[in-house]
Design a binder for this molecule. Structure first.
Ligand SMILES: C[S@@+](CC[C@H](N)C(=O)[O-])C[C@H]1O[C@@H](n2cnc3c(N)ncnc32)[C@H](O)[C@@H]1O
Length: 166
């Protein structure tokens, strides 16, 4: 089986370490699989990873072989309709990084996250993707409420309704 570090993609050593320590034994959803680098990073320690990408990558299918991974070729927002509320421990958002998609994905997936589950965003603070930070601040308030490590933002779900925290 391939190790996550051997797969081409957009995910650093530090990010891999930070994510893996938070998802041991978890049920995870990944939005934006590409070739499966972060997918495998999650799947090396998680119970199961459901990963979604608008485009089917043959490399993804090959790379995740042997891991507890289910992949869906559809938009992240369409895929949210396949999941029950309060069923996911960890959601990793790594799609287009633009305002409409990032915010739309949070709104579509928030209720699927269990209470005390984590919504994680890739590329927080990246100069090329200011909308990620904008969405997080708009929905979750000040940075003090958000755990930021190595370009990842981890938001813990403490209330069921997004409206209660904005
Ligand atoms: C930055 S790449 C993901 C990188 C991957 N997580 C890694 O570690 O290498 C973004 C991916 O998101 C996918 N994508 C973009 N918009 C999407 C959407 N609305 N729903 C699902 N996937 C989307 C793209 O096809 C692309 O493969």
């Amino acid at each position: 089986m391939k190790k996550w570090r051997d797969v081409d993609g957009y995910f650093s050593e530090q990010q891999g370490v930070e994510i893996q320590k938070r998802v041991i034994g978890n049920v995870c959803v990944e939005l934006g699989s590409f070739k499966g680098r972060s997918t495998i990073c999650l799947a090396e320690v998680a119970e199961h990873v459901y990963t979604v990408d608008s485009f089917l990558s043959i490399e993804l299918a090959k790379n995740v072989t042997g891991y507890p991974v289910t992949y869906y070729t559809m938009s992240a927002q369409d895929a949210s309709k396949l999941f029950e509320p309060d069923s996911i421990d960890f959601i990793f958002e790594d799609t287009t990084h633009d305002y409409a998609t990032t915010k739309g994905n949070v709104l579509a997936w928030w209720d699927k996250l269990k209470l005390h589950g984590i919504f994680c965003f890739h590329d927080y603070g990246h100069t090329s993707y200011p909308d990620v930070q904008r969405v997080i601040h708009e929905l979750f308030g000040t940075i003090e409420k958000v755990d930021i490590v190595g370009g990842l933002a981890f938001v813990c779900k403490k209330k069921h309704a997004l409206a209660e925290i904005t």
